[in-house]
Design a protein around this ligand. Structure first.
Ligand code: URA
Ligand code: SF4
Length: 205
């Protein structure tokens, strides 16, 4: 199966999934979207009101801010893959529960396996926890870590940052680190060195 076919298959399974209780209140499941060969993957938390209405990730206020952040590093949302830890909206935008995250985990695992991104950006605490365990986002935001041969960078959630001036500046600053990081990974890749080095050896960290 090609990456495109696998992503379509995942989207199909997600739209009919009843593996956790979030299925019963969803209007549309939100599998995620973007190029199957994207080198950059963004993982948010879960669909909100607008995402649930439209079946697409990050289409509300947080999405608008994410688009601005991407534009600040000369990227558009069409160039990157965007998805969430849980694919169905938690009622009232409450936090996704551990059992829901666990039930949805295999879909995200399969998306990552299909896309093989070079750099993963986690947005908010729940996607951060996949890679940074119990670390506090206030201490690991803007930092990169090497996991399974790719770089994972933790960022605040754009929705959290949107209305807090300090956090807003912080996430803007953290985004500015991405181009050099992506470039570094590209160089290593074209030099034929498969796994990326320890993140702490990269010049920007
Ligand atoms: N917040 C998220 O975490 N994901 C979305 O898709 C939208 C808002
Ligand atoms: Fe299935 Fe994930 Fe939706 Fe739960 S959130 S019903 S596991 S797709």
């Amino acid at each position: 199966m090609t990456a495109i076919e696998e992503l379509a298959q995942i989207a199909k399974e997600v739209s009919g999934c009843t593996s956790c209780s979030l299925h019963s209140s969803r209007k549309n499941a939100v599998p995620g979207e973007g190029p199957a060969d994207s080198s950059l993957l963004f993982i948010g938390e879960g669909p909100g009101f607008h995402e649930n209405e439209q079946g697409r990730p990050f289409v509300g206020a947080a999405g608008k801010f994410l688009e601005e952040l991407l534009a600040s590093i000369r990227l558009s949302r069409e160039q990157v893959f965007i998805c969430n830890v849980v694919k169905c909206r938690p009622p009232g935008n409450r936090d996704p529960q551990p059992d829901e995250i666990e039930a949805c985990r295999a879909y995200l695992d399969r998306q990552i396996a299909a896309i093989q991104p070079k750099v993963i950006v986690t947005l908010g605490r729940f996607s951060m926890a996949r890679y940074f365990g119990a670390s506090k986002i206030s201490s690991v935001h803007g930092q990169a870590k090497t996991v399974d041969g790719r770089l994972v960078v933790a960022m605040f959630h754009p929705a959290a940052a949107l209305h807090q001036p300090d956090l807003k500046q912080t996430i803007k600053d953290d985004f500015q680190k991405l181009p050099a990081l992506i470039e570094e990974v590209r160089k290593l890749d074209s030099a034929g060195s498969k796994p990326v080095p320890d993140a702490t050896q990269l010049p920007m960290f």
